[in-house]
Design a protein around this ligand. Structure first.
Ligand code: ATP
Ligand code: MG
Length: 295
C-alpha cells in the first residue's frame, strides 16, 4: 500500500460489530497541521495519482468503482467530490445526485433508480446521496415511508433491518460482478454545521446554498446520527467498506477521501492491456508506413 492510501486507514470500517459513531471525532486531522497551501499541494499530488490509476481502469475496461457519499447538510459532499475528482478524465467518471424521489421512481422498488445509474466497466461512478437515504431520511421521517405505496403487510417494525439486509446483499452482488463499492460518511459536528449555515447567511456568494429546511432538519440531529450508526453497522464489510471521514476541516476531508479512492483503485491490480504478438507486428507495420510516408 502506498503512503497516499495509508492516510485513510484509521477511518475505514469493515465490520459493524463494534462500530460506534462516537468513537470517531469530526475534528480529527490525523495529527496534521497543514497550512492551506500545503494541504492543496498534497491533495494535488493525490489527485494526479488517482488520475493515473483511473486511466488504467478505463483502458482495462473490466472493473468499475462506485463511490457513495452520504452526510448531513453542509458537511462538504459537493466540494469534496469536485476537488477529489478534479484531475480525472470526465469520460471515465459519472456523477449522479439523488433527491426526493419522483412519482415515477415511487412506482418502483427502492433500488430501481440508483441501479439504472451504476457505473459501466472502466468507469468511476459517484452517488451524491444514494439508496442509503431509504434508511436515513425515510427512517427519521415516517411520513415519507407512508407515501411509498408499499403493501401494508410489508410495512412492519422490521422494515429498516430488512432494507439494510437488502442493501448489503446488493453490494455483495455488485462486487461479485467486478464493481467495487466504497461508501463515505462525511462526519461533520453539529457545531461546525451551525457555523457553515451562518456563513451561508452572511456571505452573499453563499446565500444560494442556504435552505430553510436544512435548519429544520437540525432538530432531528440525534435521530440521524442513530440512523447512520445503524446503517454503517449493518453494511460495513471488507468488500464494501464505509469510511467515516472527519469533516470539520475541509482540507482534511478531501485528503482522506482522495486517499481512500487511491486505496480502492490500488487494490484492483490495474494494468494497461497487454498487446499480443500479432498486434505488435501490426503496430510495427503502421509505424514503418508512417515513418516513410511523405507529407
Ligand atoms: P445541497 O444542499 O448541498 O445542494 P443536497 O444533497 O442536500 O445538496 P438537496 O436538494 O438540498 O440536495 O436535498 C435533497 C434532499 O432529498 C435531501 O434532504 C435528502 O434527504 C432527500 N432525499 C434523497 N433521497 C430521498 C429518498 N429516497 N426519499 C426521500 N427523500 C430523499
Ligand atoms: Mg441540501
Amino acid at each position: 500500500m502506498g503512503k497516499d492510501a495509508k492516510l485513510s486507514r484509521p477511518y475505514r470500517v469493515e465490520s459493524g460489530k463494534k462500530f460506534r459513531l462516537k468513537d470517531f471525532d469530526p475534528g480529527d486531522t490525523g495529527g496534521l497541521k497543514l497550512e492551506k497551501d500545503h494541504a492543496a499541494e498534497k491533495l494535488e499530488k493525490g489527485v494526479d495519482l488517482l488520475a493515473a490509476l483511473q486511466d488504467k481502469l478505463y483502458a482495462q475496461d473490466k472493473r468499475a468503482l462506485l463511490l457513495i457519499f452520504q452526510a448531513m447538510d453542509a458537511a462538504g459532499k459537493d466540494g469534496t467530490i469536485k476537488h477529489v475528482m478534479s484531475g480525472v478524465n470526465p469520460q471515465g467518471c459519472q456523477v449522479f445526485a439523488f433527491k426526493a424521489p419522483s412519482a415515477e421512481e415511487l412506482d418502483h422498488d427502492f433500488l430501481w433508480r440508483t441501479t439504472k445509474c451504476l457505473p459501466e466497466r472502466g468507469r468511476i461512478g459517484i452517488f451524491n446521496r444514494s439508496y442509503y437515504e431509504e434508511v436515513l431520511v425515510v427512517r427519521v421521517h415516517p411520513q415519507i415511508l407512508a407515501g411509498q405505496k408499499l403493501p401494508p403487510e410489508l410495512v412492519t417494525k422490521r422494515i429498516w433491518d430488512e432494507r439494510l439486509e437488502d442493501i448489503a446483499a446488493m453490494e455483495r452482488y455488485l462486487t461479485r460482478n467486478g464493481i467495487a463499492v466504497v461508501k463515505f460518511f462525511l462526519n461533520v459536528s453539529k457545531k461546525e454545521q451551525r457555523k457553515r449555515f451562518l456563513d451561508r447567511l452572511e456571505e452573499p456568494d453563499k446565500n444560494w446554498k442556504f435552505a430553510l429546511g436544512d435548519v429544520e432538519e437540525r432538530k432531528h440531529w440525534d435521530a440521524y446520527q442513530e440512523a447512520y450508526e445503524e446503517a454503517i453497522r449493518a453494511t460495513a464489510t471488507p468488500w464494501a467498506p464505509w469510511y467515516v471521514v472527519p469533516a470539520d476541516a475541509k482540507w482534511y476531508t478531501r485528503l482522506v477521501v482522495a486517499s481512500a479512492v487511491i486505496d480502492a483503485l490500488e487494490r484492483m491490480d490495474l494494468a494497461y492491456p497487454e498487446v499480443d504478438e500479432a498486434k505488435k507486428a501490426e503496430l510495427e507495420k503502421a509505424r514503418e508506413a508512417l515513418a516513410t510516408a511523405k507529407g
